[in-house]
Ligand binder design. Structure first.
Ligand SMILES: *Cc1c(COP(=O)(O)O)cnc(C)c1O
Length: 397
């Protein structure tokens, strides 16, 4: 009988871990070394012949890093993965690989802020890159934005700001016809719930500081693609810009990957229950969560995602800043902070950064309200999370 293909949970536990070569240790050790030594001229010379796979110097490959990379590549359905020191290091290496001076990029509006700054401010100034922003709701918008020098389409679906989706198969098909590379920031879904490479997207990136890490104890990033693309990036942007992950952080990522499937299922269950609770609450006007039937792109989400993570937003009915602050400051389990995707539930309000830089009129013109809240639903018991929201909402009745 043919052996059945193993399930991903099993691979995340064991794939890539050659335990007998390190005394049977059940967890791969942290190879905390900068270089690797060889027994002869010929041996190190052979290693250089296959430098994208050899252990020569830890700015390139390292055994602890390689274990995590193999697991993530398998999980995402890609041929190879590269781990970076941060999500932004993975994003900047991918973008730089795809563009050249005077190139044009199509990106979605509401892109993750630092990625927006990289493309629109930094690369515009340094390399004369031009960017067209589209809402991304229709494939035809991408088609209409294509120029003769378009080299890259940059996606984020769902986006981490407003959770808008793009039709990944449709955009990938269009880009392939026109010879344009596509990349996606897939951090919101995690590689467990959405597989962009299987839909034809060229490069998938994640901030591992979110769900892949999941414990709020590591900042890291990853890129997954074909072997040819990853090896080409390895020999250029990875080795020359040098944003590689440290072995200790890669070890934490391997630790996290073993529980990613069970964590994502609980984030989804908890977030769905919180979203339903908030949607039915009279003090709340709208809940933005792709898992809700009321979400405008619910159908597209059902087609291209296998599940929904724990990041969502909602708007308090009150427009009074003091009331908003009372709600915000009354939460006990939800911690106040940026970022998301960890074990702990978090809250943040966009107005906190915006109102520093804007007048009340300018703020109103953004379409945002003081009561716009973003929450990351963690792994605590969902009844405790709902009770915490309830007692804080009761204070502004
Ligand atoms: C946090 C984040 C990033 C950047 O990741 P870092 O690990 O902080 O560099 C990129 N994209 C999205 C959507 C994020 O939320």
């Amino acid at each position: 009988m043919k052996k059945k293909e193993q399930h991903i949970e099993t691979d995340l536990s064991h794939l890539g871990e050659d335990r007998l070569s390190y005394s049977g240790a059940v967890v791969t050790p942290i190879f905390q070394n900068s270089l690797f030594t060889y027994e002869s001229w010929d041996a190190i010379s052979e290693a250089f012949d296959d430098r994208t796979n050899s252990f020569i110097y830890s700015r390139g490959n390292n055994p602890t890093v390689k274990v995590a990379q193999q697991k993530i590549a398998k999980l995402a359905g890609g041929e190879k993965a590269l781990l970076f020191a941060s999500g932004m290091a993975a994003i900047s290496a991918s973008v730089l690989h795809c563009v050249e001076p005077n190139a044009h990029v199509i990106a979605i509006q509401n892109l993750y802020g630092p990625a927006n700054n990289l493309l629109f401010t930094y690369l515009k100034k340094k390399m004369n890159i031009s960017v067209t922003f589209v809402s991304g709701q229709e494939v035809s918008e991408f088609e209409a934005a294509i120029q003769p020098n378009t080299k890259l389409i940059y996606l984020e679906s769902p986006s981490s700001g407003v959770f808008s989706l793009q039709d990944l198969k449709g955009v990938a098909q269009l880009a392939k016809q026109k010879g344009i590379k596509t990349m996606i920031d897939n951090s919101w879904s995690s590689p467990f719930f959405q597989k962009p490479l299987s839909m034809g997207i060229d490069i998938e990136v994640h901030s591992c500081s979110k769900y892949i890490g999941g414990h709020s104890d590591v900042v890291a990033g990853v890129m997954i693609s074909s072997e040819a693309t990853i090896d080409s990036i390895f020999r250029q942007e990875y080795e020359w810009i040098g944003g590689r992950i440290a072995p200790m952080d890669a070890w934490l990522i391997t630790r996290s990957l073993r529980t990613l499937p069970i964590r994502m299922k609980v984030h989804e269950q908890n977030a769905m229950a919180v979203a339903n609770y908030l949607e039915s609450h009279p003090a709340i006007t709208i809940v933005n969560y792709p898992g809700l039937k009321s979400f405008p792109q619910y159908e597209l989400g059902q087609q291209q995602m296998a599940g929904y993570s724990g990041l969502l937003s909602f708007q308090l009915k009150t427009t009074d800043l003091e009331q908003v602050k009372t709600f915000f400051n009354s939460l006990e389990i939800f911690k106040i902070g940026v970022s998301w995707g960890g074990h702990e539930s978090l809250i943040y309000a966009l107005a906190i950064s915006y109102i520093k830089e804007m007048t009340a009129e300018q703020f109103a013109a953004t379409g945002l309200a003081y009561g716009d809240m973003r929450i990351s639903i963690g792994l605590e018991h969902v009844e405790d999370l709902i009770a915490d929201l309830e007692q804080a909402l009761d204070k502004i009745k």
